[in-house]
Design a protein around this ligand. Structure first.
Ligand SMILES: *[C@@H]1O[C@H](CO)[C@@H](O)[C@H](O)[C@H]1NC(C)=O
Length: 153
């Protein structure tokens, strides 16, 4: 389920797509998923595929495979369309993010805790290069705004 949440403050007006039924067995909260989605694409759920990435989370095939190839119910992970079908579905894509982040979970920014700041880096920079990395400007700005609005991520 997706819910749109718009907030106006003195400095910004922003709409968040709040993801309300993410996989519940992972460490990534729904607020965190929402902010990762916001950071990477403005959470554009109608963005389709461009280049080799698909959906609001901009998943690549390799990311999806690293995440354990989650699929829509009744889909077969070995089918050619399975990746795209999942990446374009907010729930399935959220499950993929959970899977990827759980797999690569680490303290990317070296602040002594593993939290959404690390998960955002894992998602955007990648599991192999997140240590010491920072979010690219545009992504970092959207992530920070989202975090301010949602409070706890
Ligand atoms: C979402 O992405 C599509 C395809 O790139 C684009 O046409 C549309 O304007 C985007 N929507 C928003 C709200 O940015």
């Amino acid at each position: 389920m997706l819910k749109r949440l718009c907030v106006a403050t003195a400095s910004i007006f922003i709409c968040l797509v709040y993801i309300t039924s993410a996989a519940s067995d992972g460490s990534v909260t729904q607020q965190c998923l929402s902010c990762i989605c916001e950071a990477i694409s403005g959470c554009n759920v109608t963005s389709g595929c461009s280049g080799n990435v698909c959906g609001a989370f901009r998943l690549s095939w390799g990311y999806w495979a690293d995440a354990g190839k989650p699929t829509l119910e009744d889909d077969d992970p070995e089918k050619a369309e399975a990746f795209k079908n999942c990446a374009l579905d907010a729930n399935c894509a959220s499950t993929a993010v959970q899977g990827y982040v759980n797999r690569f979970s680490q303290d990317c920014n070296g602040d002594g805790k593993v939290d959404c700041d690390d998960f955002a880096l894992l998602h955007i920079v990648g599991g192999y290069g997140c240590v010491g990395a920072t979010l690219p400007d545009a992504h970092g700005k959207r992530y920070k705004q989202c975090k301010e609005i949602l409070g706890k991520v």
